[in-house]
Design a binder for this molecule. Structure first.
Ligand SMILES: [Zn+2]
Length: 270
């Protein structure tokens, strides 16, 4: 059964913006042109310690995007995130974004004001680039795999990380995600239908036998063909005392950003 789409402040705002301006999606529409319609000029330039930033002016607003971001998909997500600030957060003067602000997908963190603003901008960007109804259509009937996430990322022209979070929300196969940074688990999220208990590693090291830990300890990054790595159920999840690790088929796919020492572990059962 299809999941009910629940719009948040950020995603609802993006959905309305597309609707009001007569767009089904922005897959083939330049974001620069879209932003200029709302009074913002986008400038691509080299930046240090920053993926993007927005400078609100009285008449014109400038959005700067780091042209050293290696992937077009990630650039587009960053632009969409800044457009979110442009539409929803006028008056915050200058605002800088990097890996830490851009990874504020976590609902729990939004109590803090800065966290809430980032969460809204990410929700906005996600919906602007991957309208929920179209996303649901696109993944329907396709078996879950790292390749599915990569295909969705190239179809919607947005970052793999943002696709993984969207899939967790709306995809047909239940998955969970662990975000680790500097060898510490920052948070985890799971799809509401994910039928297993999670071992809470928040603020702890990732499990010894996880693929995430293999990256932190040995710098190991699997190539595309091997990016679906078998793991034990007990690696990230609670193994009940009546259960046997051999009876389960769990996998871990790591989305790794070496420059930020950051790993998103996607966990699922086949
Ligand atoms: Zn931001």
């Amino acid at each position: 059964m299809e999941k009910l789409i629940k719009y948040t402040k950020g995603s609802g705002c993006a959905r309305d913006l597309l609707l009001d301006n007569g767009f089904d999606d922005l897959i083939d529409f330049p974001l620069e042109l879209f932003a200029s319609g709302f009074g913002a000029t986008i400038i691509h330039k080299p930046m240090i310690n920053s993926d993007g930033r927005i400078i609100f002016g009285k008449k014109n607003t400038i959005i700067e995007i780091n042209n050293n971001i290696p992937f077009e998909e990630k650039k587009r997500f960053t632009i969409a995130h800044e457009i979110g600030h442009l539409i929803m957060h006028k008056g915050i003067d200058i605002h800088n974004d990097n890996e830490s602000t851009m990874s504020w997908f976590n609902n729990k963190e939004k109590q803090a004001k800065s966290g809430r603003v980032e969460y809204e901008a990410n929700q906005f960007a996600s919906e602007l680039l991957m309208p929920s109804l179209i996303f649901q259509e696109k993944q329907k009937g396709i078996k879950f795999s790292p390749q599915l996430l990569r295909d969705l990322s190239s179809y919607f022209k947005t970052s793999l990380t943002s696709v993984a979070f969207k899939y967790l929300e709306l995809g047909d196969h239940p998955i969970c995600l662990f975000h680790s940074y500097n060898k510490t688990v920052k948070y985890w999220m799971r799809n509401i239908d994910f039928p297993h208990y999670i071992t809470d590693y928040t603020k702890l090291q990732p499990p010894e036998d996880s693929v995430a830990m293999e990256f932190f300890e040995k710098g190991k990054i699997y190539n595309k063909e091997k990016s679906r790595q078998p793991i034990w159920k007990s690696t990230w999840l609670e193994l009940k005392n009546w259960e046997n690790d051999n009876d389960f088929n769990f996998y871990e796919f790591c989305i790794i950003t070496p420059a930020y020492n950051s790993v998103i572990s996607v966990i699922w059962e086949e």
